[in-house]
Design a protein around this ligand. Structure first.
Ligand code: WT7
Length: 631
């Protein structure tokens, strides 16, 4: 573990001078069935990256068998949605038995190495257990956030041709019960690859069970053994697929493989959270996102940590819930998102004042740029001005944290993710692909060299992986983010430079939202942009052209419904403006930068508009929006 600045510098230097040697050294503490013959081969042209090649391993053996001497340590503490319901604690040995049992249930359903399993679950221990069960038998899990619609779920099932879906009879979320099994039933009307649905009892809701397809997990587990031998995996065999939105087309399945992901999730977890045995660590994310994969499940469990899984939401039953949970378990490391911080801050200090947070040693932020005000509030009210605040920048595609302070080693600086971890080689490029060597200039954030948990492909479509990440700047991995570097080499992430919106830390492609809006029969065309939003970071603004506009009709509700149906409630536009036309260039492209300005209430200095076919539309849209604001 990195404990001093000089060690960080030394490790960083080694990791750049001889990356293979650096990671080979670190990989020695893992349990390999067969040591890798070749540490790294790569090119960013095809692209083709292989780490620890032809090494054999199973990531679950590195969680359980490798740490056997500590098998009585607590692995997972599960805190239910309702604080009055009993929580659960699972030791490593108990978790291991449950993972094995689950693995045997999957096997009984015919799941084999390489098969894809969709996990569509609330934050219950079975979410982690089912992921690990897949890994145990070499099946590829793809967790889908349980807030996504039937259509989104079906698209993901079809893209990876999943054989099994794991779900529950319902989800508790705050004071709501969400009928997720109904969503699965709906999705399966348009998905034919699925042979079985494994349903976990959680809410005792009344659901339909299809004979020969749907099974209760609680029934099947009765007839299986609680030991399952680990499947031997190659380093580059698939571990999981996780779908994420981009600027074009449908969400793509980001692929992570066994060896490199294992190495980097443990390495980054240990260093960023400085976890020590006995500590209690809590990341508030959902396992449906990469944060949950790397920093609730794999990173902490590989490190033998005690990790909290929280089923609920930050404001239920009160906006003190996070603080109550920190107090209840004496949490030492706390990791959450800026949107949650801003939302909790907006309820007023009375919900946080009075808590002392004596146990906290590190607090973290992830998912979007954290603004200075939220940073300071979090640092003062929760970190009590004594905990380092780690602003961690990374992505689904990077598998693990890339740029972040290391507590008590690298100084924190509000709104800065600061320095790259060893092994990570960032570079800023201008739009022509030239390196920006001077400091304090904005550029496109790219990475020069592979790290162990870089995505390997986008599932079923390698060309798309190449085009999205490796073609904009030849020879580099392009993150899609803009950044700048200060005189101390510290990075500040400025947000997306592509047509991706970051709403409450969730990545949403504008094209996807437009597609969903255009499904509404009243809509002729739409353009979606992000605009600054006080709580969510960015909100979704939709400019919509309606066919045969009638007064008095509630087009907005109908549009929002369409988005909820096609994607899910997280992608619902916050602001909808009905317009007679959109600013288009002669080649028919929508000039989004103009719409971005209008949506941010910047009504002048539109820059060069000489290529517009219909420049007069700018004034029209502007006055329509001004009217709406003044209403
Ligand atoms: C995008 C990745 C990584 C887990 C959660 C989101 C933005 C993420 C930060 C941060 C500024 C951040 C970037 C990135 N982002 N962390 N600390 N500061 N921006 O994963 O859905 O793959 O989204 O989130 O724009 O590209 P994701």
């Amino acid at each position: 573990m990195i404990k001093s600045l000089s060690q960080y510098k030394e490790d960083y230097r080694k990791s750049v001078e001889d990356p293979a040697e650096f990671w080979s050294e670190y990989s020695k503490s893992f349990f390999w069935r067969k040591e890798p013959g070749n540490i790294l081969s790569w090119n960013f042209e095809d692209p083709d990256v292989k780490w620890f090649f032809d090494g054999k391993l199973n990531i679950t053996e590195n969680i359980f068998e490798r740490n056997k001497k500590n098998e009585n340590d607590t692995a997972i503490i599960w805190e239910p949605n309702d604080p009055n319901e009993k929580n659960k604690e699972l030791s490593y040995s108990q978790l291991f038995k449950q993972v094995c049992s689950f693995a045997n249930v999957l096997k009984a359903l015919g799941v084999k190495k390489g098969d894809r399993v969709i996990i569509y679950l609330p934050m219950i221990p079975e979410a982690a257990i089912s992921m690990l069960a897949c890994a145990r038998i070499g099946a590829v899990h793809s967790v889908v956030f349980a807030g996504f619609s039937a259509k989104s779920l079906s698209d993901r099932i079809n893209d990876c041709k999943a054989k099994v879906v794991v779900t529950s009879d319902g989800n508790y979320r705050g004071n709501k019960t969400i009928p997720v099994k109904d969503v699965v039933d709906e999705a399966l009307k348009t998905s034919s690859s699925v042979k079985s649905v494994l349903t976990i009892k959680r809410t005792n809701s009344k659901i339909q069970m299809v004979e020969g397809r749907d099974y209760w997990y609680q029934d099947l587990i009765k007839s299986v053994k609680n030991y399952c031998a680990a499947e031997m995996m190659d380093s580059e065999d698939l571990l999981f697929i996780l779908y994420t939105s981009g600027s074009t087309g449908k969400p793509k399945g980001v692929v992570h493989t066994c060896g490199g992901y294992m190495i980097y999730s443990q390495y980054s977890f240990e260093n960023i959270f400085q976890y020590e045995r006995g500590d209690t660590y809590w990341c508030t994310a959902d396992v449906g996102w990469i944060t949950g994969h790397s920093y609730i499940v794999y990173g902490p469990l590989l490190s033998g940590a005690k990790t909290i899984m929280f089923e609920g939401v930050p404001n239920y039953p009160t906006p003190s819930r996070f603080w109550d949970v920190i107090d209840k378990y004496d949490v030492n490391q706390f990791y959450t998102a800026p949107t949650a911080i801003r939302a909790l801050q907006s309820y007023g200090d009375k919900y946080v004042d009075g808590y002392e947070f004596r146990s906290l040693k590190v607090i973290g932020s992830v998912g979007e740029p954290i603004n200075e005000e939220a940073w300071k509030w979090y640092y003062e009210k929760v970190g009590m001005r004594k905990c380092p605040l780690v602003d961690t920048w990374w992505q689904t595609e990077t598998g693990g944290i890339m740029i972040s302070p290391i507590p008590n080693v690298i100084d924190c600086k509000p709104t800065y993710a600061t320095l790259p971890l060893p092994g990570i080689q960032p570079i800023l490029l201008d739009n022509d692909g030239n390196e920006i060597k001077e400091n304090n200039r904005e550029g496109n954030l790219c990475i020069k060299f592979p790290w162990p948990s870089i995505l390997r492909t986008t599932y079923g479509d390698h060309k798309r992986c190449k085009e999205t990440y490796f073609s904009t700047f030849k020879g580099y991995y392009f993150t899609g983010d803009g950044a700048k570097r200060d005189d101390n080499g510290m990075y500040r992430i400025l947000g997306r430079v592509d047509d991706v919106i970051n709403v409450s830390g969730h990545r949403i492609g504008t094209a996807e939202v437009e597609d969903a809006i255009n499904q509404d029969v009243n809509v002729v065309e739409s353009a979606v942009v992000g605009y600054p939003h006080e709580i969510k970071g960015q909100g979704i603004f939709a400019f919509v052209i309606i066919n045969n506009l009638k007064s008095g009709y509630d087009y907005s509700s109908s549009i929002r419904l369409s988005v909820t149906k096609h994607i899910g409630p997280i992608a619902k536009p916050d602001n909808i403006l009905i317009v007679p036309g959109l600013p288009k260039t002669r080649s028919g492209k929508i000039m989004r930068r103009i719409l971005r300005k209008i949506s941010s209430k910047e009504f002048d200095n539109f820059g060069d508009t000489s290529t517009l076919l219909n420049p007069e539309i700018i004034d029209l849209i502007t006055s329509l929006y001004k009217d709406k604001i003044n209403k």
